[in-house]
Design a protein around this ligand. Sequence first.
Ligand code: GLN
Length: 534
Amino acid sequence: MSTEVIPHNTFDTILVLDNGSQYTHLITRRLREINVYSEMLPCTQKLADLTWKPKGVILSGGPYSVYEKDAPHIDPAFFELGVPILGICYGLQEIAHRLHADNVVAGTAREYGHADLQATRFGGHVDKLFEGLEDAMTVWMSHGDKLCNLPEGFHTIGTTKNSEYAAIAHKTEPVYGIQFHPEVTHTPQGGQLLKNFAVGICGASQNWTMSEFIGQEIKRIRDLVGPQGQVLGAVSGGVDSTVAAKLMTEAIGDRFHAVLVDNGCMRLNECALVKKVLQDQLGINLTVVDASEEFLAGLKGESDPEKKRKFIGGKFIDVFEAEAKKIEAQNNGKVEFFLQGTLYPDVIESISFKGPSQTIKTHHNVGGIAERLMAGHGLKLIEPLRELFKDEVRELGRQMNISAELVGRHPFPGPGLAIRVLGEVTKEKVEMARKADNIFISMIREAGLYDDIGQAYAALDPSRAVGVMGDKRVYANIILLRAISTRDFMTATPYPFSYEFLTKVSTRIVNEVDGVCRVCYDFTSKPPGTIEME
Ligand code: GLN
């Protein structure tokens, strides 16, 4: 690890070792929800390379079978560490398999879905892992392999109809294994079970709160940047960059320089709004660079979506670099750091275990800006949100008095309206998309629907559609409305507006936006559709 001050000094940490399950990150989330700090690392992690000591270790599920040749195995040193261990599914099988290779076999019946677990009673008591839970609980299973022997030194603490060893525990050491997944919502008491493990068995303190985090993160930033250091960061008006910028400002004041680049494809009054909120209300040292003409000139004649995105990304870096130089000149001091709003899901994505055959993908959530700035200017990255999930970022924003409206804002793409004008982008088309979007979003807000919707916008399809306006035949543009319901933006369904609401929106757009004669609502789910149009 780099120079980073690590959170494990302040927060007891439950380490989750990822064996490649699609639910591993949920274990971390469930623990954070009960204010226990948790981090995930790949199952290939060597204990000797870990610079901190976890309070407990959870071994996740995974797609492999423990007895396969290529199956991943946990560094045995974790079992000697003397902290409690909980194996989930593959993790349970790993615990059993390491003690004896014959303990795990391919099951005859796969078990996917609900099962009823019965906690075993010992002299009237259930095991500590099931304390406070109902004896008979619904659990969720997803496995093909099974334990055929109870590993030596263990006893059964819970059974289901199909799994004699659905939950086991070592008789004298705090080592547990469960065949079901407590981290998914289909296991209703799973959160309590994880709490029993983390708090009851590991003794982890529940001090992970955003108010605790602010204090320690400000200290970390100050240590890292030093008494003179300057930090540069791009802001967009979105939640992540605003929260990160506010945190930097709390830590180092005006030595943090926020830059907002107007690319000519912003929403209606967006620059003015960002300026008002970030500069006036939040006291962030902000420079707004109007590069709209340059962006629009470069987009002229380009209708390929990928090329449009590429141009915008590249131009953004040019403008940002030029601004960085100006700021350095004014301050007579070197800018050493570049702020990046990386969130924990990006980190998880880059470190999660994907098996020996797959290369691990590195993340870059700002389209190569960081790479270029780091290479060209020797800038170092500072990522104050890299330990946080999105809901934690929002909570952090609230703690720093950022308005509920900003904290709850829908995501907005980096290239802005340029990818919501299909095909070639011109100033006039952006203007139409912008006006239509403003009408749509303000009507959504007035109807009180904004917070129910994951993301909503209006896009412009410049195909010429025929219409009759004022008795005259016209050929004009089409506005496409999109609004989705989603939990995680990975899948989405169209938001079920009333017919009446859509009619009202459509009427206003056609009446108020010159050059538009039709309005359509996009009914496509994701998949197969994406959230954005281009
Ligand atoms: N691959 C293993 C099995 O099928 C473990 C599955 C899991 O961890 N969900 O039993």
